[in-house]
Design a protein around this ligand. Structure first.
Ligand code: NAG
Ligand code: NAG
Ligand code: NAG
Ligand code: NAG
Ligand code: NAG
Length: 489
């Protein structure tokens, strides 16, 4: 009897001791999902939002339609790798940033490029003037010298130097910044009166790119990761800075001019083909077929006259598996829908794009500065509005909508194949989503809701069989950060 009691006491003692050991280690960490939102009305600006729960949860009574996102988390479901998101740095951007006092400029750079801010990791910059330049339009070689293909008068001039210095400051804040250079035009003397490229100057334009890379990389220490040959190469509307160049001429220019020139500089700068709208896939096809040893990627824009269609990128991928794709240019205007930036990011991401740059990074309170000529976009607005008189800046709704992707889907993340369906009614619209996995194993789900009512979304991973559910507020973008799979029970 006594022995039994002793044993029991002993057993209780060990049980309590074990419990103590268990608690000394602490309870197993409960994986925490988080959510962040930006809303059209500015109530949320990358703000914490109601986190998703594991399982189906309980939709509140204010919920409109319900949606399901089914994710292919098998190896085959892992698609393209992300390079980054951001916008185009124009002469206007440079002039406006430089109008800010040093401490304000540093705050702005942190808001845009630091991990504490939007973590933009890709910018495109204009080589010479675009329409978003103060007058007059310039190139890096405005001195007509048709005879000498060494183009002895090449000079980035003060504007080019200021551009390089700003790009350098951006990369100081964001060392993983990918920088892409794009000309809006070759020097005017290399063009016909009709604003088309004159193939007689193939060598000259090759040298132009060499000298550009030497000036920026060698001279100013700004590594240029990639170039496109010509912004929007099918547009030949009058006036500088614009130029049309056919796909066949682009092939000649890459193979006999720019390709060997980059090789000679040793800068390993990638050449991205096309840089034009989704309604002409023949152009990039001709360029990659003709210049496969030099071209590694294709750049697309969104300004197709008829409906822009991002599935052109998936179609291109089906035929050309080894080329990266990017969305390099889509404008934001003063009357664009609040969701414009998320639309031109989410669509390309779900169609194999590795990066997105908006047009443009900064404008002033008058949508400028810009050139005065015909066809200039006087309604285009930047992600940031800068008031050079008051020396202040204001991050715009478009910035937050792009940051909902950029901050949470870093370089090296991969996009997973997914399909979205309405669980409520066949006619439900206005919701879209993308699922990505970060290099650290976190999963980012970015959901756009254009409805004037909250919606409820359930995400299911096919292989791992996880289920996560939660609300997405009306007219807003919500990003869920799901913990790595290994951290879950
Ligand atoms: C879709 O989500 C709802 C919860 O909103 C859930 O009840 C339903 O089972 C899901 N359907 C599928 C096919 O996962
Ligand atoms: C380049 O242009 C700048 C003006 O932007 C000028 O000061 C400089 O002298 C020029 N350099 C050469 C070598 O012409
Ligand atoms: C980025 O932000 C962090 C936190 O706010 C700050 O400590 C750091 O200095 C910033 N980086 C740069 C390069 O300014
Ligand atoms: C310019 O365009 C006009 C009208 O289309 C055409 O007649 C002319 O031949 C073109 N000139 C050049 C140099 O291409
Ligand atoms: C947009 O900008 C253009 C050009 O400055 C102006 O005419 C127009 O009124 C603006 N529209 C809105 C909605 O602000």
């Amino acid at each position: 009897m006594l022995a039994t009691v002793r044993l029991t006491i002993l057993a209780i003692f060990f049980a309590v001791a074990n419990l103590k050991v268990a608690f000394a280690d602490g309870p197993a960490p409960v994986p925490v999902a988080q959510a962040f939102a930006s809303s059209s009305d500015g109530t949320y600006k990358l703000s914490e939002y109601k986190a998703p729960v594991q399982g189906y949860g309980t939709p509140g009574c204010s919920i409109g339609n319900k949606w399901n996102l089914t994710v292919d988390d098998s190896p085959n479901g892992h698609k393209q790798t992300i390079k980054g998101f951001g916008a185009t740095v124009t002469d206007a951007t440079v002039a406006l940033f430089n109008a800010l006092p040093a401490d304000t400029l540093q705050n702005l750079l942190n808001d845009l490029f630091n991990s504490s801010g939007a973590k933009y990791q890709m910018v495109r910059h204009t080589m010479g003037s675009s329409d978003m330049s103060p007058e007059p339009a310039t190139s890096y070689d405005d001195t007509n010298d048709k005879t000498d293909s060494k183009i002895p008068h090449f000079n980035t001039s003060d504007r080019g130097v200021a551009m390089g210095e700003l790009l350098d400051k951006m990369r100081l804040v964001q060392p993983e910044l990918t920088i892409v250079g794009s000309p809006w035009s070759a020097p005017s003397w290399m063009k016909t009166p009709n604003n088309t490229f004159d193939p007689a100057y193939t060598q000259h334009l090759g040298t132009y790119f060499t000298k550009y890379l030497r000036a920026f990389w060698g001279g100013m220490g700004v590594k240029i990761n990639a170039v496109t040959i010509q912004n929007d190469p099918l547009s030949a509307l009058p006036g500088l800075p614009r130029m049309s160049i056919s796909a066949e001429e682009a092939v000649q220019l890459i193979n006999n001019g720019i390709g060997p020139a980059i090789h000679e500089v040793g800068s390993q700068t990638a050449i991205w083909a096309y840089d034009g709208n989704t309604d002409n896939s023949d152009y990039p096809q001709t360029v990659v077929d003709g210049s496969s040893s030099y071209v590694k990627a294709v750049a697309w824009q969104c300004h197709a006259v008829l409906d822009n269609d991002w599935t052109a990128l998936s179609d291109f991928h089906d035929k050309n598996k080894n080329y990266e794709q990017y969305m390099t240019n889509c404008w934001l205007k003063n009357d664009s829908a609040w969701s414009a930036a998320s639309d031109f990011t989410l669509g390309p991401l779900n169609n194999w794009a590795s990066g997105v740059t908006a047009w443009t990074l900064a404008t002033d309170t008058q949508n400028g500065p810009h050139l005065a000529g015909e066809g200039v976009c006087t309604a285009c607005v930047g992600l940031v509005m800068i008031n050079p008189t008051a020396k202040t800046y204001e991050l715009q709704t478009h910035h937050y909508m792009l940051a909902q992707f950029s901050k949470f889907i870093p370089r090296g993340a991969s996009v997973l194949s997914s399909s979205l369906s309405s669980a409520s009614s066949r006619s439900a619209t206005g919701v879209d989503a993308v699922f990505a996995e970060t290099p650290d194993g976190f999963r980012a789900v970015v959901i756009v809701n254009k409805n004037a009512q909250d919606v409820y979304i359930t995400v299911e991973t096919r292989v791992a069989g996880e289920i996560w559910s939660g609300p997405v507020g009306k007219t807003s973008v919500v990003t869920w950060m799901l913990p790595p799979l290994g951290d879950l029970d």
